[in-house]
Ligand binder design. Sequence first.
Ligand SMILES: O=C(O)C(=O)Cc1ccccc1
Length: 285
Amino acid sequence: MNVGYLGPKATFTELAVKKVFSGFTPFPFQTIPECMDAVVEGQVDLAVVPLENALEGSVNITLDYLTHVVQIPIVGEVTLPIKQHLMVHPENAENWQQVSRVYSHSHAIAQCYKFLHHHLKGVPFESVSSTAAAAQLVKETPMQNIAAIANELAAEVYGLSIVKRNIHDFDHNHTRFVILATQKNFDFAALSGSTHWKTTLMVTLPSNQAGALHQVLSAFAWRKLDLSKIESRPMKTGIGNYFFIIDLEMKLDDVLIPGAIAELEALGCGVKVLGSYPSVNIGLD
Ligand SMILES: O=C(O)C(=O)Cc1ccccc1
C-alpha cells in the first residue's frame, strides 16, 4: 500500500507514518492539499496529514480542505510528541547566532516563538511548506548563514548541525495527524491494535437562531457524550457565518450518536460525519 504524506523526507508527518505504517511505501507530497488530492485520484491508498497541534491549534488548511473541497473520511489518528531543534549548515555552526533568517513550517515557528524572540531577536523568520523543506533549503544554501527549525531526523537526512535542541516553548508539544482513505476495507484498528475511538462531526447551525449552539451542545450533554474538541471555522460565505467541528470520544454507534444527529437535524442543523476512527498515542510523555 502507498501512503501519501506531507514531505519532503523527514517531516514530522513522515515520523508519524513510520510509527504506524512500517512495510508501507511512503510517498511524499509538497503540500497538504496535494496529499489529499492524491487519495481522491487513487494515486495513493492513504494520506497522513497534520490536523492539530497542542500549542498552535488546528492546521487550518487541513480542516478547510477536508470540509470545503474533498470528501475523504478520516479512518485513523496518530498523536506524536514534537521536539523542535534549530539547525544550520555545518559550515555556519560556529556563527549560528548571526543567522540572517530562520525558515520552517508556520506551526513550527509559532511553537518556538519565545525562543526566537529571546535568542534571535530581530531575525526575520519565513514559513515554507514543511519543517523538512526548510532543512532542505538550508542544506542547499551553504553560502547563506540561515537556519531551519525541524526535527532530529531532518538534521541527519540533510546533513545539518543542530545548534539548539528542544526550542519549542512548552514541553507538552504534540501534534495529531489524521489518516485519510477512500477504501472501505482499510482497518486501522486491526493495524494499530487501538481500542480508543473518536468520531468527528461537522455541524452547521440554522441561521440567526438565538441559542442554537446551546441546543446543539445539550443534544450531546444529556446523552453524556464526551466532547474532546469543539472549534468554529468560517463557512467562507460572509462575515459571521461559521460551522463547528466537534470531536466525540467514542465510536459511531447505532443509538447515541445517530440520536444526537437526528436531534440536531430536527433543530435545522446540517450534520456530516467526517469519520469515526481508532486513535493512537505514540510515546506521549
Ligand atoms: O512540517 C512538518 O514537518 C510537518 O509534518 C507539519 C508539522 C509542522 C509542525 C509540527 C507538526 C507538524
